[in-house]
Design a protein around this ligand. Structure first.
Ligand code: OGA
Ligand code: MN
Length: 275
């Protein structure tokens, strides 16, 4: 097994993988296993300027695990992230600007995402990441005890109203199609590790005064995402980033949405519910 050369991207999250090109991505049979190990440890992997096309990206993603399907996109394993008016999901993407876990409205959120930059903007449009394992580890013993049993309601309207505070009746009806989801605040993973579950969908804490619960969730998020606890990726065309969606929150950074920006994302389906 040839070792991978890596470089840390920040104190708590992210590692850059050097010396892998599209050819090695396709042929190195040890690489998927090594990536999964690095992903568990660092939560975000960056392959700079890899320039993997959709086929190469999907073929590699498959070696990491089973893929989610997006039937409304031309390649069902590649979700296009863009504000192009033809993009069937464009109406949901503005809320990517808020810290979130992909699929937090699902019982089993995605395991990981693999995203390539195809078109980028000169300014803005970075993607930021923060470890929710590190967020749990930074709690005091007393806080861990206080939070241990709390449960949180996740709500589509909570996510979307961050972008659309005055929704139309149509928007309200659309959001209401997604049932609320209750998750524990502390996720005890099958590996034994613990992470915090917060983000844009987190509405309030079950059995706690609504405003107090909301304030608690906001405080935990703020502490977990201070500048020294995040990695913000400034994209170059061709960069491929893999993020572990289970111990991490991420967000897109602002850019001029009248300019094209297009990312191609494949997703590994989740393997364990939040519990
Ligand atoms: C996503 C996402 C962030 C970005 O695709 O799930 O949050 O920077 N994208 O586009
Ligand atoms: Mn996302």
């Amino acid at each position: 097994m040839s070792a991978l050369t890596t470089e840390k991207l920040s104190e708590t999250v992210g590692v850059k993988i050097l010396g892998v090109d599209a050819e090695r991505l396709a042929t190195d049979e040890d690489l998927p296993g090594q990536c999964l190990e690095l992903l568990e440890r660092h939560s975000v992997l960056l392959f700079p300027e890899l320039h993997a096309g959709d086929e190469a990206q999907v073929a590699f993603s498959r070696k990491l695990g089973p893929l989610a399907s997006f039937p409304n996109f031309p390649n069902e394993h590649v979700m296009i992230i863009s504000f192009d008016p033809d993009n069937p999901n464009a109406k949901y993407y503005p809320s990517n600007d808020y810290w979130h876990i992909d699929g937090s409205m699902d019982e089993v959120p995605a395991r990981a995402s693999i995203m390539s930059a195809h078109v980028i903007t000169e300014e803005g449009g970075e993607t930021a990441f923060a470890s929710t394992y590190a967020a749990y580890e930074a709690l005091s013993e007393r806080e861990r005890e206080q939070l241990a049993e709390l449960r949180v309601i996740h709500r589509m309207a909570r996510i979307q109203s961050r972008t659309f505070p005055n929704p139309t009746p149509e928007q309200k009806a659309d959001w209401a199609r997604f049932p609320d989801r209750e998750h524990p605040l502390v996720w005890t993973h099958e590996s034994g590790r613990r992470s915090l579950v917060f983000g844009a969908s987190a509405s309030h804490v079950v059995g706690m005064d609504f405003d107090r619960g909301e304030a608690l969730l906001e405080e935990l998020q703020e502490r977990a995402t201070t500048p020294d606890r995040i990695y913000t990726h400034t994209w170059s065309v061709g960069d491929l980033v893999i993020w572990d969606n289970t111990g991490l929150v991420h967000r897109a950074c602002e850019f001029d949405r009248s300019l094209p920006r297009r990312m191609h994302r494949s997703t590994l389906v989740g393997q364990e519910p939040i519990k």
